[in-house]
Design a protein around this ligand. Structure first.
Ligand code: NAD
Ligand code: FNR
Length: 188
């Protein structure tokens, strides 16, 4: 059987399977090998917030990237099995709040199974022009409107136009690398 025929057979099988039971692609890398490799990429840690018809919600994300400056656009990858997914699906307002040194507890709070009210009670918030919550202590906040969405495997990629930015007082950054937090750019 040709490669093309193989792909066709696999595509039709995938259509009938749920995400949870979907096998890795033919000749593909295991999820474990992929994650072990990804653990070597350091990434900023962010709390992504939203509010609107779908309700207020927030989660920790390292899968955030700049897409283009014309128009200013970033992307956020959200696992569709997360409890926050319905809120982000139903709202267009989104704020990327980038964490700084000493914010490990906030990352763990928004990255765990904690009820939403408890997550938001732990810190101070303002409301952005979009309507999304801005974390008062953030190193930088990007107030956004979601302009496009694409589902890839388990995740939804949200493309977000940046409406405004707010720079925090600190200059350091909290980075997630090798499955641990690292503080960089801390002076003194
Ligand atoms: N993109 C993501 O969805 C993502 C990223 C980082 C962490 N996490 C969550 O935090 C937990 C702990 O992460 P860890 O780094 O300590 O160990 P890990 O071994 O679970 O993950 C290692 C790296 O793989 C990537 N990764 C993990 N889960 C992923 C997923 N479902 N989809 C795409 N990429 C993924 C991330 O880059 C992560 O830093 C993960 O199990 C996951 O639930 C998710
Ligand atoms: C450092 C770090 C980084 C990430 C995460 C966690 C942590 C600790 N999580 C997981 C995400 O925060 C977590 O699934 C939800 O907050 C908890 O989901 P529930 O609301 O309990 O379903 C996560 N999830 C996601 O969909 N995209 C991402 O980029 C990341 N990145």
């Amino acid at each position: 059987m040709s490669v093309a025929q193989n792909l066709h057979v696999d595509d039709s099988r995938h259509a009938a399977l749920s995400i949870a039971t979907m096998p890795p692609p033919v000749g593909g890398l295991s999820r474990e090998d992929y994650r072990n490799a990804m653990a070597r990429l350091g990434a900023a840690v962010n709390i992504i917030t939203t509010d609107g018809p779908g309700g207020r919600a927030g989660f920790t994300a390292s899968a955030v990237s700049s897409v283009t400056d014309t128009p200013p656009t970033l992307l956020v990858c959200l696992n569709r099995s997360a409890s926050v997914y319905p809120a982000f699906r139903d709202n267009q307002a989104l704020c990327v709040n980038t964490l700084g040194p000493g914010h490990q507890h906030l990352s763990n709070l928004f990255g765990g199974k904690t009820p939403m009210a408890q997550r938001f009670a732990a810190c101070d918030w303002k409301t952005a022009a979009s309507g999304a919550p801005i974390l008062a202590q953030a190193a930088v906040s990007f107030d956004c409107r979601v302009t496009s969405r694409t589902c890839i495997g388990t995740h939804e990629v949200l493309f977000c136009q940046v409406l405004a930015v707010e720079l925090g007082a600190g200059t350091g950054s909290l980075v997630y690398f090798d499955r641990r937090y690292h503080e960089i750019g801390v002076s003194g």
